[in-house]
Design a protein around this ligand. Structure first.
Ligand SMILES: Nc1ncnc2c1ncn2[C@@H]1O[C@H](COP(=O)(O)OP(=O)(O)OP(=O)(O)O)[C@@H](O)[C@H]1O
Length: 312
């Protein structure tokens, strides 16, 4: 740990960071702190700036304005090379020397990172690539390449992992295994930053979410914070028949007409009305079941996308 690195300092930090490519402002005055030992989901539309943020954190790109800190140091300064050894990175479009075998590719990365080559065999095994270790990468399927990409990112038990759309090309089982592995890493204190367009996948797995839009950070927080901030309504489904009185009561309570159909009622209400609605529904006669659906991450994302909140 360097002198500058305090145990409580964020794993990665952007302070007033901007990045301009000619006339394109890819990232604008962004402040973002990523706490240690957490999984951060980086979300945003195409060209929102996710990859640019990752590349600045890695020191691959220099910010036009502002300051980037990674594991307590400057990713591009003299200490950058040392810091980057503690970081695993899976780029968006992972590319390998196709003429090498999977085992050779991984050995190459192990040497680059100063990791014992003996770690490569077990890693290929864990990634389900042991059977193809001695086949040339050009014969690999898309999912196999992605697994090899993950294998190199995970080599050496990095303190911080930056994963750009890590599950693209993975089948459902491999996706599950990948997230289980992230969970293990987090339990050991690894910080993970991952970008994805697959909101349902991230929803349950990220501790904290950062939503980017047109180079701005539109919102950051856990799902609960974001739900509160958007003020989106939740849906409560009440099953049963003969619920006319309950319907009137809940309509008066929420101020929004409860919808009735053959099998029950659907109530739309705010977080602050949730308990009162649930209490009345569970105490009412003829109610057989109650289900609640809070706003999903997709709803929240759409909300920011539609309103452009925080954007110029
Ligand atoms: N090297 C570059 N030169 C010029 N423009 C660039 C460069 N890299 C990124 N950009 C531009 O910066 C903006 C942000 O791109 P970035 O790749 O960070 O988006 P992203 O959120 O990762 O998008 P996606 O979800 O499509 O991968 C885009 O307008 C892109 O065209």
């Amino acid at each position: 740990m360097s002198r500058a690195e305090q145990p409580e300092s964020p794993a990665a930090e952007l302070e007033g960071v901007g990045k301009r490519f000619g006339r394109v402002e890819a990232v604008r005055a962004m402040d973002l702190a990523i706490p240690r030992g957490r999984i951060l989901g980086l979300l945003g539309h195409n060209a929102a700036g996710k990859t640019t943020v990752m590349k600045m954190l890695l020191g691959i790109l220099a910010p036009t304005t502002g300051r980037v800190r990674l594991l307590g140091g400057e990713p591009r300064g003299a200490e950058g090379a040392r810091i980057r050894r503690r970081v695993g990175y899976l780029p968006e479009n992972v590319a390998f020397y196709d003429q090498l075998t999977g085992a050779e590719v991984l050995a190459f990365y192990a040497d680059l990172k100063g990791v014992d080559r003996r770690r490569c065999g077990p890693m290929l095994e864990e990634m389900g690539l042991a059977h193809a270790a001695h086949r040339k990468v050009r014969t690999y399927s898309k999912g196999m390449r992605q697994r090899l990409g993950l294998a190199q990112a995970l080599l050496g038990e990095p303190d911080l992992l930056l994963l750009d759309e890590p599950t693209v090309g993975l089948d459902p089982q491999a996706t599950e295994e990948f997230y289980a592995r992230l969970e293990d890493l987090r339990a050991r204190g690894t910080t993970v930053i991952l970008s994805s367009h697959i909101l349902a996948e991230i929803e349950d797995r990220a501790d904290t979410l950062a939503i980017l839009g047109r180079g701005h950070l539109l919102a950051q927080g856990d799902l609960r914070d974001l739900r509160r901030r958007t003020g989106l309504q939740l849906r409560i489904r009440i099953s049963g028949t003969g619920l006319g009185d309950l319907r009137d009561e809940l309509t008066a309570l929420t101020g929004v007409a409860a919808e009735a159909d053959d099998t029950g009622l659907t109530v739309t209400c705010g977080e602050e009305q949730k308990l009162a609605v649930l209490q009345r529904a569970t105490a009412a006669e003829h109610v057989t079941d109650v289900d609640m659906t809070p706003p999903s991450l997709a709803d929240i994302y759409t909300h920011f996308g539609l309103t452009g909140e925080g954007a110029d």
